[in-house]
Design a protein around this ligand. Structure first.
Ligand code: SF4
Ligand code: SF4
Length: 86
């Protein structure tokens, strides 16, 4: 029984997450349509240069496909892929 529960948790858990550096982001918005899960948007907040930066919605729906990181001309996005512990 316990094994089944832990299997379900693993399968439905977050696959990864993007980390966007708000100080490097230029707010161009190119990453937003590149995301197949629609989890990125331009924040209402601004960085130290007064630029509204891209942010992750913390939905847990990122699949770590890296599209956004590849698309970003400023290299502002790092992707963390969650893997199962051995
Ligand atoms: S890695 Fe893929 S799913 Fe995750 S935020 Fe970037 S584009 Fe979206
Ligand atoms: S593509 Fe890069 S610079 Fe442009 S909004 Fe997204 S994170 Fe910011």
């Amino acid at each position: 029984m316990q094994e089944t529960i832990s299997d379900i948790k693993t399968k439905s858990g977050p696959k990864g997450r993007p980390e966007i550096d708000p100080e490097i982001c230029k707010g161009c918005g190119l990453c937003i349509p590149s995301c197949p899960k629609d989890v990125l948007s331009i924040s209402k907040k601004t960085n130290s240069q007064g630029i509204q930066f891209s942010e992750y919605d913390e939905s847990g729906n990122c699949i770590a496909c890296k599209n956004c990181a590849i698309t970003c001309p400023e290299r502002a996005i790092s992707i963390y892929k969650f893997v199962e512990e051995e």
